[in-house]
Write a protein that binds this ligand. Structure first.
Ligand SMILES: NC(=O)c1ccc[n+]([C@@H]2O[C@H](COP(=O)([O-])OP(=O)(O)OC[C@H]3O[C@@H](n4cnc5c(N)ncnc54)[C@H](OP(=O)(O)O)[C@@H]3O)[C@@H](O)[C@H]2O)c1
Length: 357
């Protein structure tokens, strides 16, 4: 017994990774559909390493009714029309685009950070007249790693100001991404819309749902975003000021000790300790560390005093996994165990035993 899951944008960087994660983590499936544009309709694509292939379906002719979950990874223009259609048809929509992330009734979800924001779903369904369907969104790929690391620090010490400089991988730009002559041996100090997302999304993620609206966390955030010639894994150099005085040792301990509860740890795509602290001076590095925790952990190193703010550190997270595909599947797993997918078949939920890692 499982769910009927449609992956929209299945031929793209994120969509292919979603299929990999669904197959690898053994998400309970009755059926999976690979959906994309007319350009790739009829193409055969791999369902991860399962040995199965899927024939790509044309989104224009795809009927979402009867599908339990629609994982969208086809950009904002597609989500603008089809994510709404899917939610109206009763689907649980998990959207990777930025379009609905800051909507006042849409959870922007990182399960390890703000699962309580799922309470907004009932308000969304009422506001929008959805009968069973709803939309949940994933954060921007750099925001995902940053906020995962900020969460335990916010809880332990409070956060006042964050200054972050990113070095973002080419796979974050979609396929075929940045032209090779623009990125090989080069750095591009601009990614359209990225700094704005990094400055606003953490406020919602680390803020609160008060029963009728989201209250921002109210931190000061300044972000510089750069594209660098790295394949996978976004690096971020972060300086922060804390509300409470803390030693570097205490900051490192809080990050090292960050662990999720049993419910979350039982989800196949989750890791018990989603932050890995490394001690070597020259880590984290994308090539060596991006796959930590099956790509779901943020790797933190170089925790030290900052002469302008209080603390500085380097962090790395896998943009396609933690920042998109793994995050989307983890959201689906959480929604499943919390009973949000019981609309169609109340008896279905059983997420597989966690995979040993
Ligand atoms: N890459 C990342 O690290 C990352 C991280 C977080 C979030 N995101 C977000 O995830 C989304 C997908 O990103 P990506 O990097 O995977 O992009 P991508 O590699 O360019 O893939 C785009 C996908 O969307 C499909 N598509 C485009 N226009 C369509 C249309 N009109 N109808 C149906 N399908 C259409 C494409 O299908 P065809 O093959 O048929 O053209 C392809 O499957 C974007 O919103 C992006 O901002 C990406």
């Amino acid at each position: 017994m499982g769910y009927r899951v449609a992956v929209v944008g299945a031929t793209g960087n994120v969509g292919r990774e979603i299929l990999n994660v669904l197959a690898e983590r053994q998400f309970p499936l009755d059926e999976v559909a690979a959906v994309a544009s007319a350009r790739s309709t009829g193409d055969e694509i791999d369902f991860g390493d399962s040995g199965e292939t899927l024939k790509v379906k044309n989104l224009e002719h795809f009927d979402f009714s009867g599908w339990d979950i629609a994982l969208f990874a086809a950009g904002s223009e597609v989500s603008k029309v089809y994510a709404l259609k899917a939610a109206a048809a009763g689907c649980t929509v998990i959207d990777n685009s930025s379009l609905y992330r800051m909507d006042p009734d849409v959870p922007l979800l990182i399960p390890e950070v703000n699962a309580a924001h799922l309470d907004a779903i009932a308000v969304q369904q009422k506001n929008r007249g959805y009968d069973g369907g709803f939309i949940v969104t994933n954060p921007n790929c750099s925001t995902a790693g940053l906020v995962l690391v900020l969460k335990p620090l916010a809880d332990a010490f409070g956060l006042e100001k964050i200054f972050v400089v990113t070095m973002q991988a080419v796979s974050g730009a979609g396929y075929p991404g940045v032209a090779s002559l623009d990125i090989l041996g080069n750095v591009v100090p601009f990614i359209s819309g990225e700094e704005e997302k990094m400055e606003e999304e953490p406020q919602k993620l680390l803020g609160k749902w008060d029963g009728s609206r989201f209250i921002d966390a109210g931190m000061g955030i300044s972000a510089h975003c750069n594209r660098v010639p790295v394949r996978d894994g976004h690096m971020e150099c972060v300086s922060l000021s804390l509300k409470k005085i803390a030693s570097i040792h205490e900051v490192a301990e809080v990050l090292r000790d960050f662990a999720v509860d049993d419910e979350l740890a039982s989800l196949p795509t989750a890791v018990r300790n989603p932050i890995v602290v490394v001690d070597e001076d020259n880590r984290p590095q994308p090539r060596r560390d991006a796959d930590a925790g099956n790509g779901m952990a943020a790797v933190v190193g170089r925790i030290r005093e900052c002469s302008l703010l209080d603390v500085k550190l380097a962090l790395l997270s896998h943009n396609l996994v933690r920042g998109a595909a793994g995050a989307a599947v983890l959201n689906a797993e959480l929604l499943a165990v919390r009973g949000y997918l019981q609309y169609r078949n109340a008896s279905k939920l059983s997420v597989a035993e966690p995979i040993a890692r």
